[in-house]
Design a protein around this ligand. Structure first.
Ligand SMILES: Cc1cc2nc3c(=O)[nH]c(=O)nc-3n(C[C@H](O)[C@H](O)[C@H](O)COP(=O)(O)OP(=O)(O)OC[C@H]3O[C@@H](n4cnc5c(N)ncnc54)[C@H](O)[C@@H]3O)c2cc1C
Length: 337
């Protein structure tokens, strides 16, 4: 029987290709055939239950929409002791914030499911989402609020201290680190901007280049003028207690007293659903959105850190609210008689 496969395929490769073809066929069939059994049909599916997804769920619940929120329970700031800079909840524990948000949704028609979504597809006016347990959901609109994950410095001790005395965002944790001995981790030339920025919060800032030697003469002059010290020795490990940094141990055996560390080494999307759906990304790896969180795919909205804009809890929540309103308006317009 002709398999439609190119020649020279091994048995295993042929099997994989046939399996893929079968899966794509089933997927296409499921999109085209409304009567095919899928578990649920919603006005809106929200993927991600951080501040962006929760706030969107609230606006859509209050708009009397049938909404389901699917969440794998890994908000970006889960490492942190406190969530700062959110008026009325400044300093609240991130876990507490999520718990409170979920409780507030109880009175609306919002289903909350703790599960990871593994795939999402669309055709015109219809989204199909599969969770990790094989359950399938369909909706007219889809909101991605799946967030980002951070690239951490590869240093012994980082994980215990991240979110407690090691941070990436001065607007979130600069105040708590004010007047402390602040280390900025920045190999090559990555830490210059952040080291200069941190002089806003402390007069004791040291840039650690961790054994790299790429700073130019003009960089060193700029850092010196702004009273930033520079340490180029390789770092062996970080030492501290109860999550609080106390020393940076250098390769030459020296131990430098430091009380906080900041870094900025980039982020990645927490899920690949944006790619699966064909979203357009910026060069920084976030999804391009328009003013009210529309993506390039009709009916697909993106809010929070996964989308372009400032990465803070209050901004994510606000984008969730904007997306909620925009989604509801689209549904109203589609249903107008
Ligand atoms: C250590 C640290 C401290 C921070 N401190 C502050 C602070 O003090 N103040 C502040 O304003 N900001 C702070 N931030 C930034 C803040 O965490 C983010 O801006 C905010 O969490 C973004 O919200 P979000 O809803 O877009 O994404 P997230 O909060 O990251 O939530 C995304 C959710 O989507 C879920 N998800 C992802 N993929 C899937 C999938 N495939 N299926 C189902 N669910 C999925 C995740 O499990 C997660 O629950 C901090 C960040 C870090 C890392």
């Amino acid at each position: 029987m002709a398999s439609g496969l190119p020649p020279n395929h091994t048995g295993a490769a042929k099997y994989n290709i046939i399996l893929q073809q079968g899966l794509s066929y089933l997927h296409a069939l499921r999109l085209k055939t409304p009567e095919l059994k899928v578990n649920n049909m919603y006005d809106v599916i929200i993927i991600g239950g951080g501040p962006a997804g929760l706030n969107a769920a609230m606006i859509l619940g209050r708009s009397r929409r049938k909404v389901i929120l699917l969440d794998s329970g890994k908000p970006r700031n889960r490492w942190a002791r406190n969530m700062n800079g959110f008026l009325s909840s400044d300093g609240m524990a991130p876990k507490e914030f999520i718990k409170k948000g979920r409780a507030e949704l109880a009175k609306y028609n919002v289903e909350l499911v703790n599960v990871e979504v593994v795939s999402a597809t669309h055709t015109k006016g219809n989204f199909v989402v599969d969770d990790k347990n094989g359950k399938v959901y369909r909706s007219r609109k889809l909101l991605l609020a799946t967030g980002l994950k951070d690239t951490l410095p590869e240093l012994e001790g980082v994980e215990e201290m991240y979110g407690k005395s090691i941070h990436h965002c001065p607007y979130c944790d600069g105040w708590e680190s004010r007047d402390k001995a602040i280390a900025v981790y920045g190999p090559e030339r990555h830490g210059i901007g952040q080291a200069l920025a941190m002089t806003n919060w402390s007069g004791d800032v040291t840039l650690y280049t961790d054994g790299t030697n790429d700073l130019r003469h003009e960089d060193l002059e700029l850092l010196k003028r702004n009273e930033v010290k520079v340490e180029r020795e390789k770092i062996v490990r970080l030492e501290g207690a109860d999550g609080m940094l106390q020393h940076i141990v250098l390769y030459n055996g020296e131990k430098r007293p430091q009380q906080a560390m900041f870094f900025s080494l980039g982020t990645d999307q927490q899920s690949d659903l944006g790619q699966q759906l064909g979203c357009e990304f910026t060069s920084d790896g976030v999804i391009k959105t328009r003013r009210l969180q529309h993506s390039n795919i009709p009916g697909l909205f993106v809010a929070g850190d996964a989308a372009r804009d400032m990465q803070m809890v209050i901004v994510a929540a606000a984008e969730g609210a904007k997306a909620g309103v925009a989604i509801n308006i689209e549904l109203q317009e589609e249903d107008r008689k």
